[in-house]
Design a protein around this ligand. Structure first.
Ligand SMILES: Nc1ncnc2c1ncn2[C@@H]1O[C@H](COP(=O)(O)OP(=O)(O)OP(=O)(O)O)[C@@H](O)[C@H]1O
Length: 536
């Protein structure tokens, strides 16, 4: 009947005809039918009750009301005086909400034209798809920009409410974006509001060292656009390019009063490792002595040691260890006395079949109760020095005339057994351990506040230059806090995880979970660890 009426083109019948034939209505009718026919089981009753519930009806009604509304902005009519050469001119109307426009402008050095310098990814202008870098502005809200300074144009934009109308001459060859998104770890802090060189401080993206940034635009040699991994839905911001940030770092570096270079402070710190208390004790004294004396390097500075300044961003990729792969090396870092050794000891004791430390090398004489390869690998001075010069030591140093060190081979031995190797390093050693082969996961053990430590460390014992089992003094706690701050400031970008060692049980549990997390969960690691098979 309907189809006959439809052919006669009776008003509205066509719509009704389509409606009744639509799949979704058929499906809905089928549901209703089934609901009626189905035996009244508990679930059906529940569904009927839900469908009749006032809140569900209200929700559907709200949905319909919203869906019917027209939320498109009302744009003003086009101006009458559109020039003859219509092709060359474009009128762009943008409705400004509380967000910034998401574009920067500049004055062309030679022609004096005001052009769009860049369009910020994800910003209002970018989402409109109507403004492009290189577009020449002719008018803004009916005001000619001819002869105006960029700041004056910005002022007009800042003062305008609601709709902004641009009259512009589109850029002739629009840049084709064929960029791939890049992820980097920031190796420096950046505060755009304190950077007089940034083209638009409001468009800058502040970041802290260690943060992962998604770089979405590298068209400009000086200013890239990036988002923070922690907030990918936000619109991008300006960050200095690799080249520019390097230059800034150098300028900052030279403007500072003389400080010994990182590499001078690094390297030859005495730092053997062991499970035995005696060894640990000598090591601590070594480290303290070397800090007090401000020892400089006498060995070749590892090339990576100076790279903090060379690479303000480190390209990273997501890495998921395959179950068959070797475990990642776990490196604990922290100020003296914070509990690195205690936590490591507890972790290994919790499951010695899973966790193990690396056996250090020494040039000292083997004692009667010791076994070669258990407490230490006992080697001659020449062998030890050869290992140092062939870069086979992660850390090494001298104590009471003997050399101590942890070799890469010793770590490798543990990893080859399928175990998780847990070592502690002075932060200067992190750079040397960061290799494609070891893929270290760095955990920073941080002291809690001094007031908390006063409570928790009441019965703890510290080892000093003169006493072995001495109670923590106020200055020890202060030194720990100061040292932790310095470590975070200088090496924080390398820390994959930070554990505050307040309550020992809780910190131990956090360490265990962090170690498993490192092995089983995907992580951001330097791209060279994954992309280059030759990298070591
Ligand atoms: N959370 C904690 N609560 C109470 N005591 C703690 C805690 N963590 C560590 N300790 C105690 O503090 C003392 C120092 O710890 P530990 O020897 O592990 O320090 P460390 O970081 O290895 O220092 P160093 O590298 O100088 O040897 C030990 O007596 C340890 O048991």
């Amino acid at each position: 009947e309907l189809s006959l009426l439809c052919k006669r083109d009776v008003n509205g019948v066509g719509v009704l005809y389509d409606l009744l034939r639509s799949h979704w209505l058929q499906a809905l009718l089928k549901v209703v039918e089934l609901l009626h026919e189905a035996p009244p089981s508990g679930e059906i009753k529940e569904l009927r009750r839900l469908l009749r519930a006032p809140h569900l009806r209200a929700l559907l009604s709200a949905h319909d009301t919203v869906a019917q509304k027209d939320f498109e902005p009302t744009l003003p009519p086009l101006p009458d005086n559109i020039p003859e050469n219509e092709e060359a001119m474009r009128i762009v109307c943008l409705v400004k909400n509380n967000q910034p426009l998401g574009a920067t402008i500049k004055r062309h050095e030679i022609t004096g034209d005001i052009t769009v310098a860049r369009v910020i990814h994800g910003g209002l202008a970018d989402r409109s798809g109507l403004l492009y870098a290189g577009d020449k502005l002719v008018e803004v809200n009916g005001v000619s920009v001819d002869g105006l300074e960029p700041e004056q144009v910005i002022n007009i934009l800042a003062l305008s409410q609601g709709t902004i109308m641009f009259k512009l001459i589109p850029v002739s060859d629009r840049p084709v974006s064929n960029q791939t998104t890049l992820y980097v770890r920031a190796m420096a802090d950046y505060w755009p509001l304190q950077d007089p060189a940034i083209p638009c401080a409001d468009a800058g993206l502040p970041f802290k060292k260690g943060e992962i940034l998604q770089i979405v635009d590298q068209n400009d040699a000086l200013w890239w656009q990036a988002r923070k991994l922690s907030d990918l839905s936000a619109c991008a911001g300006l960050i200095p390019s690799n080249h520019l940030l390097k230059r800034k770092q150098r300028e900052f570096w030279w403007s500072q009063p003389f400080q010994p270079h990182l590499c001078l402070k690094s390297s030859i710190l005495p730092m053997p490792l062991s499970l035995t208390a005696g060894f640990r004790r000598s090591m601590r004294l070594c480290r303290r002595k070397s800090r007090a004396n401000q020892q400089s390097c006498y060995a070749r500075c590892p090339s990576s040691c100076c790279s903090t300044f060379a690479a303000p961003y480190e390209e990273v990729v997501r890495y998921q260890r395959h179950p068959g792969d070797r475990n990642r090396l776990i490196v604990l870092v922290g100020p003296a006395g914070v509990g690195v050794n205690e936590l490591r000891r507890r972790l290994i004791a919790s499951n010695p079949r899973e966790f193990q430390s690396a056996v250090p090398h020494t040039t000292r004489v083997q004692k009667s109760y010791e076994m070669n390869g258990r407490e230490y690998h006992y080697v001659s001075k020449e062998t030890f020095e050869n290992m140092v010069y062939s870069h086979r030591m992660l850390e090494y140093g001298e104590y009471k005339g003997y050399m101590y060190g942890t070799s890469i081979d010793a770590v490798r031995t543990v990893l080859d057994e399928g175990k998780i190797c847990v070592i502690d390093l002075e932060p200067h050693g992190i750079q040397i351990a960061r290799t494609h082969e070891l893929k270290p996961y760095i955990i920073f053990i941080k002291p809690s506040s001094i007031s908390c430590m006063r409570q928790t460390r009441k019965n703890a014992r510290i080892i000093t230059d003169y006493y072995v089992n001495m109670k923590f003094k106020e200055e020890d706690l202060q030194e720990m806090e100061d040292s932790a701050k310095k470590m975070e400031a200088q090496f924080g970008q390398f820390f994959d995880q930070v554990i505050v060692n307040d309550n020992l049980q809780e910190a131990s549990a956090q360490l265990l979970s962090a170690v498993h997390h490192a092995q089983d969960e995907p992580q951001w690691v330097p791209a060279v660890w994954i992309c280059s098979d030759t990298q070591t």
